[in-house]
Design a protein around this ligand. Structure first.
Ligand code: GCU
Length: 685
């Protein structure tokens, strides 16, 4: 490692399966590059830590070694026939790789890592180390991998003063005091962690681009940004920046930022040329425009297509892309107005523009139509624009799911989203096939997420929140991986292979999302958090506000009527199969009932319970569930190092207390509103 930070899942603790064995004595590579260097350094380091033996690195030499060896190669090189036989090397894509053990009596066996490019070698090296950490015998290794998503991104919401919007793990690892941090040890370790899970694009600054960050694309900062981009580059990652749509005015002194103004267009073209002089592999711009008071093309009566195409035109000569966010809605709504529905906004704004965007524009769409709630419907915009590149946005940082003080493993939630069938082109038109570009022939697409790291020693505040970071990367690489596979990989690498550790932690992670949902806002209605920072219960916190996030509870019932029949019409944005399922009370799934319908407290769920009894039961269960998490974690005392054990226990204890606060406030609120008591006569205030 380059810094003293927690190693995350790149821990490389000694492994019994590798001790005392004659492991690989040499690592052969034909050609050197920054990326190959990152790969072989990692291999040597990981193998040394796990086995106690340190292989030599041989560049350009004949791979005739005494003893076993590893050979890293690209498909351009001549390779032994065994590799060609049953493994389709020609099927490797630009980032794909083959890992194969070839037995050799004289030499003791060779492990081949073959990529189409150096990036494949890097990913292959990390994959091999993952298997070794999981104690998979080397002789059994025989696989080919290609990432399913072309773009696998992280979005930082870091500000240049070092603060992080919705950050719960310390300060920024990139910025401090309006500058980029000079000591790049932490950034290098971060790049290793990201490369190990296949991340290939990272935007380093907040989508809300304030005064200081607007200047990141000027000569004052570009040399510093280029330094970080260089570290990323060696790890197969392209750097992106969030930009201020009004830059031509703020930086260029122009009187307008109108996308159809020739002076504005010229300004951006020159700006792109300048950026690429510093950063030849610059990824492009992430843009939040006309959203939550950010500037955008609406000011000039232009569309989002006009705005994004203008930027895309400037980046096109260099292969850059514009990632344009669809989080556009009226954030000055009147709570008295029941017809306006924030959930409808993204679809209403963007769907009519399908086909009008340049092919290097990608629309970035949050997984749900509201804002990363513990449970909400899947955005109907995803899959609804056959002629426009789309990418999916998740939130790893736990803004609404416990802010990394509460344990909430989000992989199950993301799996639900990825497997959701839009029916856009008939059955099987899943979200993962939209994002990967399999459904429509997108030129650019993939998955991105708001990251949860900061400069806390353990990166994520809650050590177990590292699982969300890891799991997101693995799903972005391959959305077909199961929750169980991802969880097992993460636990074994991070906490070792002891059976009890794997068993208890697997259960804790698997149950944590449902537990959190149980004691917070019920049945998909969302919110009920304190305004502003969004932590802790406040049922009416947003009820009479401008943000468009309401539950409409009165003495009879609650929920948002989003039906076509007599509600906001939102259900009509889905393709027929889903539209019908959500429209009807008979087929609407319980967990989203209050997202789609306003019902009396006495309405009976498919589970057989009334809504009010469900609220009471789930809230008692949720708080009890946290006690059960504590019991499981207690069993791992002595099996997990004391430092991490105590730190996690501290967070769980806080969660237990806080979940009771949630439980009692929600239960009391609905008892007082409805006047209906708990059938089980438990304590409600
Ligand atoms: C949420 C979040 C903001 C963020 C915004 C966005 O509303 O609370 O902090 O800026 O999403 O995604 O742009």
């Amino acid at each position: 490692p380059y810094s003293a930070a927690d190693r995350g899942w790149l821990r490389y603790e000694p492994r019994d399966s590798l001790q005392g064995l004659p492991v690989w004595s040499r690592i052969f590579v034909s050609e050197w590059s920054d990326t190959v260097e990152a790969a072989v350094r990692e291999l040597r380091y990981g193998i040394r830590e796990m086995s106690g033996q340190s292989p030599d690195i041989v560049v350009g030499g004949e791979s005739l070694a005494q003893g076993a060896f590893i050979r890293c190669a690209t498909v351009r090189e001549s390779l032994p026939n065994e590799l060609h036989s049953d493994l389709p090397l020609q099927d490797l894509n630009e980032e794909g790789y083959l890992l194969k053990h070839v037995a050799d009596k004289e030499n003791g066996g060779c492990l081949y890592i073959v990529g189409r490019t150096d990036k494949g070698i890097l990913y292959g090296a990390f994959h091999l180390l993952r298997l070794l950490q999981m104690e998979v015998p080397a002789e059994r290794i025989d696989l080919v991998e290609n990432p399913r998503n072309p773009l696998r991104m992280m979005n930082h919401w870091d500000n240049m003063d070092g603060s992080i919007e919705r950050g719960y793990a310390g300060r920024s690892i990139f910025f401090k005091d309006q500058r980029l941090i000079e000591d790049d040890g932490r950034i290098r370790d971060y790049a290793r962690l990201m490369a190990s899970i296949g991340i290939n694009g990272i935007s380093i600054n907040n989508v809300n681009v304030h005064e200081a960050e607007t200047r990141l694309i000027t000569a004052e900062y570009l040399p510093q940004v280029a330094r970080v981009a260089g570290i990323f580059s060696a790890h197969g990652i392209r750097l992106f920046l969030s930009i201020n749509y009004a830059s031509p005015m703020q930086l260029g002194g122009l009187a307008t930022a109108d996308p159809l103004d020739s002076g504005v267009r010229q300004w951006w073209k020159e700006k792109a040329e300048e950026i690429y002089r510093y950063i030849p592999d610059f990824g492009g711009f992430v843009v939040k425009a006309d959203s939550e008071h950010r500037p955008g093309p609406f000011t000039y009566n232009r569309t989002h297509a006009d705005g994004s195409n203008m930027l895309a035109e400037a980046l096109a000569p260099y292969g850059g892309v514009v990632i344009w966010r669809c989080f556009v809605y009226n954030c000055m709504q009147d709570w008295r107005d029941r017809a306006t529905d924030r959930a409808r906004a993204a679809y209403d704004h963007f769907k009519p523009l399908d086909g009008q965007f340049r092919d290097n524009v990608i629309l970035q769409i949050k997984n749900g139509p509201m804002d990363f709630q513990v449970r909400e419907a899947v955005s109907p915009l995803l899959g609804a624009m056959p002629q426009t590149n789309q990418m999916l946005e998740f939130q790893i940082t736990q803004e609404y799911t416990g802010q990394q003080k509460h344990l909430c493993y989000l992989v199950p939630q993301w799996k639900d989203v990825l497997d959701f069938d839009t029916y856009a082109r008939g059955e099987g038109s899943t979200i993962q096939r939209v994002a990967s570009g399999e459904l429509y022939d997108y030129k650019h697409c993939g998955i991105t997420a708001v990251i949860n790291v900061g400069d806390d020693e353990n990166w994520t505040g809650h050590t177990l929140a590292q699982a969300n970071l890891y799991g997101y990367g693995r799903l972005a690489w391959n959305p077909d991986l199961s929750e169980a596979e991802i969880t097992e990989e993460w636990i074994k690498q991070t906490f070792g292979t002891h059976a009890a550790v794997v068993e208890q932690l697997t259960t804790m992670l698997a149950e944590s999302w449902r537990i959190y949902e149980n004691y917070t806002s019920p049945l998909g209605v969302g919110w009920m958090v304190n305004p502003g920072h969004h932590y802790g219960p406040n049922v009416d916190g947003y009820e009479y506000s401008v943000w468009g996030t309401y539950h409409f509870a009165d003495c009879h019932g609650m929920g948002v009527n989003r039906t076509v029949k007599d509600g906001t019409g939102y259900t009509g944005q889905y393709f027929a199969e889903n539209a019908e399922r959500y429209e009807s009370l008979d087929s609407c799934p319980d967990e989203l009932l209050l997202f789609f319908h306003h019902v009396p407290y006495t309405h009976r769920l498919h589970s057989g319970k009334t809504v009010i009894q469900h609220i009471y039961d789930s809230h008692f269960e949720g708080a009890d569930g946290v006690e059960a998490l504590i019991e499981r974690w207690r069993l791992l005392e002595g099996l997990v190092d004391p430092k991490r054990h105590e730190a996690v226990m501290g967070r769980l204890r806080h969660q237990a207390e806080h979940s009771k606060e949630w439980r009692d406030i929600i239960n009391t609120y609905f008892y007082r509103k409805s006047g209906i008591g708990d059938e089980l006569k438990r304590m409600i205030y």
